[in-house]
Design a protein around this ligand. Structure first.
Ligand code: GDP
Ligand code: IMO
Ligand code: MG
Length: 425
């Protein structure tokens, strides 16, 4: 069974932990979109590993980890990540990069930083890793791909086309410094060296050879950050939805059997944008402290709120989810009561929304309609069997299943690999 791991909220749902567990049974693990904006944490034997671009399956010796065409790669960060893993004794020989992945150039990072630092009203709160500008150039057909780094003629021709316009924009629109062709050619030669051991020119043979094997597709970010379906424009610039795996991996949709949507038992969000169940109060602070909700990539405190079944139901549809993995439910161990948002109410006219309203400019008028569940008051982080969970935890999970209309396949009760309960095969 080939599975896609998709974030079902605004990212940081614990995707990497679930990927890490399922990678044990996979032969090939493919990251299909995003870049080093992602921050993925895996804890094994109390040792913490942080990933940005490299699939967490790399922790298993002998697995092939492929970074697909749908990704954007900042070479310096990629190099650092590989070096850090090697330092920790991880064998990275199974790592492969698609020659069709896009390269984040220094001017992409410059523009991302400029836009974030100077924007007042339109600030998105990006990770400043050049993600948006790299995808913008890719779609505008002004991008560079990994394969261009190994073809001097193509690179020279492309830079001649890209640079005049790029420099005009950099200097005249943003007031930023221009780049010379010589400088970029030299940089690209360095990038070619960085990727040399990993670039997979025979990716077609690789993917064909694995067609009958077990494949795990690893998503980054989450459905609500999807450029088409998320809280646009407060989104990332790629497609984290399950369908993104069919575009960004090199395999089409017929290779996907299951899509597992990972969601926390509550919701978090980093950066700007609407968040209807946000708790800007002591309860939100309590979730942040117990859940250690601080960004892996930027260290920013994550905004916290109650579980939002309206957005998650939307994620089930747009993300193509076939089951859910609910993580961090242990964070509620000391809570007397837990709320779940089942609908939104428009303050202007009391209209009730059971489906997610996509126009985010109406969200300021919407307030959550909650139902309240009793807490369980015991530490569940040591429980490994569903039947041993407290009755109130089971009731809470059963209610989520009912609201989402998909089964919960995995429950996570702590960051470690073994702190996991599988509900169904
Ligand atoms: P990702 O981006 O979706 O992979 O998630 P992150 O790694 O950014 O954030 C999830 C954080 O929660 C990490 O620090 C994980 O180690 C941690 N974590 C994952 N699952 C659980 C869980 O069930 N309980 C607790 N307490 N922590 C968890
Ligand atoms: P993982 O894979 C949470 C958010 C940023 C910002 C918006 C756009 O760890 O879940 P970008 O730099 O992508 O242009 O920023 O998206 N964002 C994430 N939030 N988890 C992530 O990744 C994120 N990657 C980007 O905070 O709001
Ligand atoms: Mg993360």
């Amino acid at each position: 069974m080939n599975k896609v791991i998709v974030g079902a909220q605004w990212g940081d749902e614990g995707k990497a932990k679930i990927t890490d567990i399922l990678a044990a049974d996979a032969d090939l693990i493919i990251r299909y979109q995003g870049g080093c904006n992602a921050g993925h944490t895996v804890v094994v034997d109390n040792k913490t590993f942080k990933f940005h671009l490299i699939p967490s399956g790399i922790l298993y010796k002998g697995k092939i980890c492929f970074i697909g065409a749908g990704t954007v790669i900042l070479p310096e960060t990629f190099e650092k990540e590989v070096q850090n893993l090697a330092k920790q004794g991880i064998d990275v020989s199974g790592l492969k990069v698609s020659p069709l992945a896009s390269v984040t150039m220094p001017y992409h990072v410059d523009v991302d930083g400029y836009c974030e630092d100077t924007a007042s009203k339109g600030k998105i709160g990006t990770t400043k890793k050049g993600i948006g500008p790299t995808y913008t150039d890719k779609i505008a057909r002004y991008g560079l791909k990994i394969e261009d780094l190994y073809d001097a003629e193509a690179l020279s021709e492309k830079l001649d086309i890209i640079l005049p316009l790029k420099n005009k924009t950099l200097t005249e629109v943003y007031g930023l410094k221009p780049y010379s062709k010589e400088e970029l050619t030299e940089l690209c030669a360095g990038y070619a060296e960085i990727f040399k051991p990993y670039v997979c020119f025979d990716w077609q043979e690789l993917l064909n050879a694995h067609k009958k094997d077990t494949i795990l597709f690893e998503g980054a970010q989450g459905v609500m950050l999807d450029v088409d379906y998320g809280t646009y424009p407060f989104v990332t610039s790629s497609n984290p939805i399950g369908g993104g795996a069919a575009v960004g991996s090199g395999y089409g949709p017929t290779m996907i059997d299951e899509v597992i949507g990972v969601a926390k038992a509550y919701v978090t969000r980093v950066g700007e944008g609407p968040f209807i169940t946000e708790l800007d109060n002591e309860t939100g602070e309590k979730i942040r402290n117990i859940g250690r909700e601080f960004g892996t990539t930027t260290g920013r405190p994550r905004r916290c709120g109650w579980f939002d079944a309206v957005t998650m139901k939307y994620a089930v549809l747009a993300g193509g989810l076939t089951s859910a993995a609910i993580t961090k439910i242990d964070v509620f161990d000391s809570f007397d009561e837990i709320k779940v948002c089942t609908a939104y109410k428009d303050k202007r006219n009391n209209r009730i929304y059971k489906s997610y309203p996509t126009n985010i400019y109406t969200h300021k008028y919407l307030e959550p309609v909650y139902e309240t569940h009793a807490g369980w008051g015991v530490n569940i982080s040591g429980i490994r069997e569903y039947d041993e969970l407290p009755e109130n935890t089971k009731k809470y999970l059963a209610r989520l299943e009912e609201l989402l209309e998909i089964p919960i396949s995995v429950i996570s009760v702590g960051p470690n690999r073994e702190q996991t309960i599988f509900c169904r095969d």
